[in-house]
Design a protein around this ligand. Structure first.
Ligand code: DHB
Ligand code: FE
Length: 284
C-alpha cells in the first residue's frame, strides 16, 4: 500500500527559482533564505519519496482566466515547464505518475470531490520552484515523478480553507488505498503573507505567518475555520495561497513530527516560509 512519508510546505516565489538558475544563492540578499533551507534539504535527500503529490496553483500561465477549475489533478505522462514570459526555467520537464493520478481522480470523485483533470499541462513556478526547494541540482531529471494537484487561489470565489483541508484528507485516503508500495511526499505550496498589487501591495504580516506556521502542525482545524476574506485581510490577496498548505496537512496523519522550519522576509514581495514534517508522531 502507498503511504505518505513526509509533507513539505513552502512558498513558491518565482525569484527563488531565478536566484538558483542564475547562481545568486550566495549573494547577501538570498543567502539567509537558502541557509534556512539547508537542513530541510539535507533531511529530504536522506528520505527520498517514490512520488510527490504537489498542491499548487497556476498563475494564469498554463491556463487563462476564462477557465479556472476550483480543484484539478494532472494525469499526464509528463509536464513541460511553462514559459512565463522570460523563457522556460532551465530545469528538467516533470515526469508524471499517471497511474497514481488516475487512482486519485477516481477516489476523489467517489468521495464527492468533482475535480477537473488535465491530460496535458505546462507547470509554472508554483510547482517548479517547490521542486527546486526540495532538489536544487536535479541534473537531467527530477528525483521522482509528480502528481500535480491544482487549486484555484487566483479568482474569486476561491475554495474555503475547510474544503481544502477536507480535500487533503480525501487525498490521504486515496493515497493509502493505492495498492503499490510507494512512499509519497505531499507538497503544499504558496504563501506566506504577500500582496502583489493594489493599495496594500507589499503587505507582510509576520504575527499571522508565525501563528500559521505553528498551527499547521498543532491545530489545522483552527486554520480551516478561517474564511477566505480573513485570509485575504490577514495574509494579502496572494497570501490566500496558504489554503494549499491545508491540503498537504489534511493528507497527513493527525500527529506529525516537525523536522525543520524557516521563515525569511523578504523574498521578492513575499514572506517566505518553509515547514517540513515527517508523517506520524515522534517515537516515545
Ligand atoms: C511573488 C510571489 C508569488 O507567490 C507568486 O506566485 C509570484 C510572485 C513575488 O513575491 O514576487
Ligand atoms: Fe504564487
Amino acid at each position: 500500500m502507498a503511504r505518505v512519508i513526509w509533507g513539505l510546505a513552502t512558498s513558491h516565489v518565482p525569484s527563488i527559482g531565478a536566484a538558483m538558475d542564475n547562481g545568486k544563492t550566495a549573494e547577501p540578499y538570498w543567502k539567509p533564505l537558502f541557509d534556512g533551507y539547508a537542513p530541510a534539504r539535507e533531511w529530504m535527500a536522506g528520505h527520498r519519496p517514490d512520488v510527490a503529490v504537489i498542491v499548487y496553483n497556476d498563475h494564469a500561465n498554463a491556463l487563462d482566466l476564462d477557465l479556472v477549475p476550483t480543484f484539478a489533478v494532472g494525469t499526464a505522462e509528463s509536464y513541460e515547464v511553462a514559459d512565463e514570459g522570460w523563457g522556460r526555467r532551465p530545469v528538467p520537464p516533470v515526469a508524471g505518475a499517471p497511474e497514481l493520478s488516475e487512482h486519485l481522480v477516481r477516489r476523489l470523485v467517489d468521495d464527492s470531490f468533482d475535480i477537473a483533470t488535465f491530460h496535458g499541462l505546462d507547470v509554472d513556478h508554483g510547482l517548479t520552484v517547490p521542486l527546486s526547494v526540495y532538489c536544487p541540482d536535479p541534473g537531467e531529471q527530477w528525483p521522482c515523478p509528480v502528481v500535480p494537484v491544482l487549486v484555484n487561489v487566483i479568482r474569486h470565489p476561491q475554495p474555503t480553507a475547510a474544503r481544502c483541508y477536507a480535500l487533503g484528507q480525501a487525498i490521504g485516503r486515496a493515497i493509502r488505498s493505492f495498492p503499490e508500495d510507494l512512499g509519497v511526499a505531499v507538497f503544499g505550496t504558496g504563501g506566506m503573507s504577500h500582496q502583489l498589487a493594489g493599495a496594500r501591495a507589499g503587505l507582510i504580516n509576520t504575527p499571522f505567518d508565525r501563528m500559521f506556521l505553528e498551527k499547521i502542525e498543532t491545530d489545522p482545524e483552527a486554520l480551516a475555520r478561517l474564511t477566505r476574506e480573513e485570509y485575504v485581510a490577514q495574509a494579502g490577496t496572494e497570501g490566500i495561497e496558504l489554503i494549499m498548505w491545508l491540503v498537504m496537512r489534511g493528507a497527513m496523519d493527525e500527529r506529525i513530527t516537525r523536522i525543520h522550519e524557516t521563515y525569511h522576509v523578504p523574498a521578492s514581495n513575499t514572506a517566505a516560509g518553509l515547514a517540513l514534517f515527517e508523517n506520524g508522531g515522534a517515537p516515545a
